[in-house]
Write a protein that binds this ligand. Structure first.
Ligand SMILES: [Zn+2]
Ligand SMILES: [Zn+2]
Length: 268
């Protein structure tokens, strides 16, 4: 499996998981044009997207959906509470609840409930017989029930939204600071680092800081926090990439990276 992150951040989110038998799109918060251009840039074709999973109904995750669904006829999957939201297109939505799994594109996809100020938000774990990839963004706390599922995944895409000091000192009004930093908001660098300590193992090859705030964070701060948590050291002068050598001969080298709003990237 490979993870193609087309866009990550509060201005729009879309990622593609490339499975053995096709592509699964996670969220559609960018324009159709942008989705097509960025996937082509990463060497995958939108025509191979067989399934779209919507994690929740915030506009930065669904605003491309309406136009996209006029041209595309694949499966749409979301939690029941998300499926009831009017912002989803007019199409039938297959429902998956936290704790349930479904099959798509040669992968088993397990959903788990997250903690966010929407009806029914989900995190996701993608599995084949030999590989596991975890994806969790837009959650104020990391769900304990998901720890065992996420732990040791080869690729872990984990929200690292804000630096607590930048959020506290920044220009957001008090209510927004409380929302972002609260239990129904977004994971901070400090929280993500705590999670990373618990879920990254010698099997993990990539840990990606997701949904990085452009106002209340810097890619280098997110990567630094995660890198320190897992014992990785800077691999470039800007500290936007860090690496940790394999713990055992033949083991995995761990790379810590920052996802971007503007620059698409492939992981894994
Ligand atoms: Zn979001
Ligand atoms: Zn959200």
């Amino acid at each position: 499996m490979r993870l193609h992150i087309l866009a990550s951040g509060s201005r729009g989110n879309a990622s593609i998981v490339e499975g053995p038998d096709g592509l699964v799109l996670i969220d559609d918060g960018i324009s159709r044009k942008c989705l097509r251009e960025r996937s082509a840039e990463l060497g995958v074709s939108c025509d191979d997207i067989a399934c779209l999973v919507v994690t929740h109904e915030h506009s930065d995750h669904v605003k491309g959906l309406d136009v996209w669904c006029r041209h595309w006829k694949g499966r749409i999957v979301s939690a029941p509470g998300t499926a009831r939201q009017r912002c989803l297109c007019e199409r039938d939505v297959e429902e998956v609840r936290g704790g349930q799994s479904f099959e798509a594109c040669g992968m088993r996809i397990t959903a788990f409930s997250t903690s966010h100020d929407v009806a029914d938000p989900l995190g996701l774990v993608f599995e084949t017989a030999t590989d596991r990839l975890a994806f969790v963004t837009d959650t104020g706390v990391f769900p304990e029930e998901a720890l065992a599922l996420v732990r040791g995944a080869r690729v872990i895409a984990l929200e690292s939204n804000h630096d607590p000091a930048m959020l506290a000192q920044g220009e957001y009004p008090a209510f927004l600071k409380a929302r972002v930093g609260g239990e129904l908001g977004h994971l901070s660098n400090v929280q993500a680092a705590e999670v990373a300590r618990r879920v990254v193992t010698g099997s993990t090859e990539a840990l990606v800081a997701m949904h990085i705030s452009q106002r209340n964070n810097l890619p280098s701060l997110a990567v630094r926090a995660l890198a320190e948590a897992v014992g990785a050291t800077a691999a470039n002068t800007t500290f936007t990439r860090a690496v940790r050598a394999a713990e055992r001969p033949g083991g995995a080298v761990l790379e810590v990276l920052a996802a971007s709003q503007e620059m698409p990237m492939t992981v894994g």
